[in-house]
Design a protein around this ligand. Structure first.
Ligand code: SAM
Length: 241
């Protein structure tokens, strides 16, 4: 059985023939099959097998994440990274989360660390609504400032001790913006999906190019998870002077 438990919902890729057995799993009250993503809106084909809706609250690392499993992604493979980032933050930091989603990184940082402010930018209206709900749910209204729209346009410039680029896709096209956001001596956490052979070479190269003459110190390179056959999701921590 291929699946994962998000909140109280077991999310499966295929329809099982042992629903009663699956309902005995700890914490599982509902079961949903999420099929292929298709159509111009790239929405998954959803079939609710047990229950009557697909919204839940997932708990991780003492944080609450409300989301609709049929509309919003939840990657178990990013759990360690969400925890690691929250532990790195020092007191009083200003953080810009360029691709905030429902608060995957912003919420754990606000709950477990003591930053001065986190600007959390999200372009998808559904994710943005959950981001705002999660800020309230986790009682971090005074710390996180949610911004709805494109980080290229909305991000405050020249002020960040730390910039989070937790997005896989054309992330490198936003490195120029990240360089404008980060202040001298600040850190960028840059995510990329990279073929195995290039995994620790291409991302640092792209950071150095985007820095355009500013000094760059690569502090850490780590694999987050396997993304697809022969391709890894990696994160690079880079100090920018
Ligand atoms: N790192 C996350 C985790 O721990 O599971 C997952 C990444 S999250 C899906 C990335 C988010 O970036 C999405 O919600 C997407 O809507 C948002 N996004 C993409 N382009 C954006 C842009 N230009 N400005 C702001 N947000 C953007």
């Amino acid at each position: 059985m291929k699946g994962k438990v998000i909140g109280d919902i077991l999310v499966l890729k295929n329809e099982p023939n042992n629903l009663d057995e699956l309902l005995k799993l700890p914490e599982v009250n509902r079961i949903v099959k999420l099929g292929r993503i298709s159509g111009s809106k790239r929405e998954p084909d959803v079939k609710i097998l047990v229950g009557d809706n697909t919204e839940t609250i997932h708990r991780e690392n003492h944080c609450f994440f409300k989301l609709d499993v049929a509309k919003i992604m939840w990657s178990k493979g990013n759990t360690t990274e969400r925890k690691r980032i929250a532990e790195l933050v020092e007191d009083g930091e200003i953080i810009v989360d360029m691709f905030a989603g429902i608060g995957y990184f912003s919420i754990p940082i606000a709950v477990h660390s003591n930053p001065q402010k986190i600007y959390s930018i999200e372009i998808n209206p559904i994710s943005y609504c959950y981001l705002k709900e999660n800020i309230v749910l986790n009682k971090v209204e005074g710390i996180i400032n949610p911004l709805f729209g494109d980080c290229r346009k909305l991000a405050p410039k020249g002020i960040a001790d730390r910039v989070l680029m937790g997005y896989i896709g054309n992330t490198h096209e936003y490195l120029d913006v990240a360089m404008e956001i980060v202040k001298p001596g600040g850190i960028i956490h840059y995510h990329e999906s990279v073929p195995d052979k290039l995994k620790f070479e291409r991302p640092p190269q792209r950071i150095i190019e985007a820095a355009n003459g500013r000094d760059v110190e690569i502090l850490n390179k780590r694999i987050i998870k396997k993304y697809s056959p022969g391709v890894y999701h990696v994160v690079i921590d880079a100090l920018i002077e």
